[in-house]
Ligand binder design. Structure first.
Ligand code: ATP
Ligand code: MG
Ligand code: MG
Length: 365
């Protein structure tokens, strides 16, 4: 048999590994953490840091194709991997998604809409931000996730008061959005592109809280979001799956927030609402298998389970009819840590209205 190599020891690596095993592959993992969510389900593991050349070399030598859940592999590490094995998606795409300035530059070349933005390389660049307008948001260019490394700036006074920022940064105009949308797009070795349905995301404390599938928007807008995601995937020559986060702005336009060339939290609903979910689609793409249409057989609401407070709800969730529970096997439930998710499934077209969502699951304490 053939071996799929996955870089990353977290929940996305875990669920990718399960999907690869389902298709009969041997899964070899690179993880710095042992035991961890992904090592628990992989067939074999190289334990080592994501940038340790020896670990990368050992890992690559045991795989036929390399993919990842962990996006912050260094340029050197990527070059090393690409010398040994096919890396899918390609290292070039990772280099873009790792750096918000490279990402926005490439996305504007592709021609999709973005929030107005400026690179901020040092304090001297701050004054020019007044031309962007307020409120605005400053983001570290690298390593940010779950809203970490972000600073919101309401007015010129707050801007002038900023000190000791972790440059380089990107400044973005705050978008007055109607809702946040995302699309999971997958592109195969032969160039076939498939998009899962456009979904609607709600965040809580900067962390994804709920995904509604499908998004409750006009079909034309949902289609436009998918077309935008497909266009980015084609332009980047993507092999594998990618999450494209977007704002549906109050003026009706669609703006891309960021891309993630890997399985994505806002695609977890596919695990229970599609015959072939985002993880299997990803594995199929990187191993050169055919990609079936990304068909959704049910409507779904995905709730993330974050930290100890949500772990306390697990017994009640287990006793809830219609709720499919996924736990990541993390040893410790620290506040803000993603511990699992729950998919609640409805017949197509039966997604409940605004108020009913709050009563789908037993409430937080
Ligand atoms: P992720 O965990 O998705 O990788 P991240 O740390 O990379 O998150 P972003 O996705 O850029 O951060 O921002 C987190 C959230 O902050 C967004 O989903 C959105 O709710 C809000 N946000 C970010 N940028 C803007 C903006 N320009 N205008 C309005 N809201 C924004
Ligand atoms: Mg991000
Ligand atoms: Mg985001």
């Amino acid at each position: 048999g053939s071996t799929v190599g996955i870089i990353g020891g977290g929940q996305l690596g875990r669920m990718s590994a399960v999907a690869a095993a389902k298709l009969g592959y041997h899964v070899h993992l690179l993880s710095p953490e042992f035991p961890g969510p992904a090592t628990e389900v992989a067939a074999s593991v190289t334990i080592g840091a994501y940038d340790d050349p020896e670990a990368l070399e050992d890992f690559a030598s045991r795989c036929d194709v390399v993919t990842f859940e962990f996006e912050n592999i260094s340029a050197r590490g990527l070059a090393l991997l690409e010398r040994h094995r096919p890396v899918r998606p390609a290292g070039e795409i990772l280099r873009i998604s790792q750096d918000r300035i490279a990402e926005k530059t490439r996305l504007s070349e592709i021609g999709v809409g973005l929030a107005p933005w400026r690179a901020v390389n040092g304090p001297a660049d701050l004054a020019a931000l007044e031309t962007l307008g307020f409120p605005l948001i400053l983001k570290t260019t690298r390593f940010g996730y779950d809203g970490k490394g972000q600073f919101r700036v309401r007015d010129a006074g707050e801007l002038a008061a900023l000190a000791d920022l972790p440059y380089p940064l990107v400044a973005e105009k705050m978008i007055d959005f109607e809702r946040e949308l995302s699309v999971m797009v997958v592109r195969g070795l032969d160039g076939t592109v498939r998009c899962f349905d456009t979904v609607e995301n709600r965040h809580r404390d900067g962390i994804l809280d709920v995904t509604l599938a499908p998004a409750r928007i006009m079909p034309g807008l949902a289609r436009q979001a998918q077309d935008m995601a497909a266009r980015i995937a084609d332009a980047l020559g993507l092999i594998g799956i990618m999450g494209v986060e977007m704002f549906h702005a109050a003026d009706g336009t669609l703006l891309v927030n960021e891309i993630a060339p890997r399985p994505h939290n806002s695609g977890h609903w596919t695990m229970d609402a599609c015959l072939v979910d985002q993880f299997e689609m990803h594995v199929r793409a990187v191993t050169g298998l055919p990609l079936p249409p990304a068909r959704r057989h049910s409507d779904a609401v995905m709730h993330n389970l974050i930290g100890p407070e949500d772990m306390a709800r697990v017994p009640a969730i287990l006793a809830t009819d219609g709720a499919s529970l996924h736990l990541y096997g993390k040893n410790e439930a620290r506040p803000g840590r993603k511990m699992g998710h729950v998919n609640t499934i409805f017949p197509r077209g039966a997604l409940p209205g605004e108020l009913a969502l709050d009563v789908l699951l037993p409430p937080r304490a």
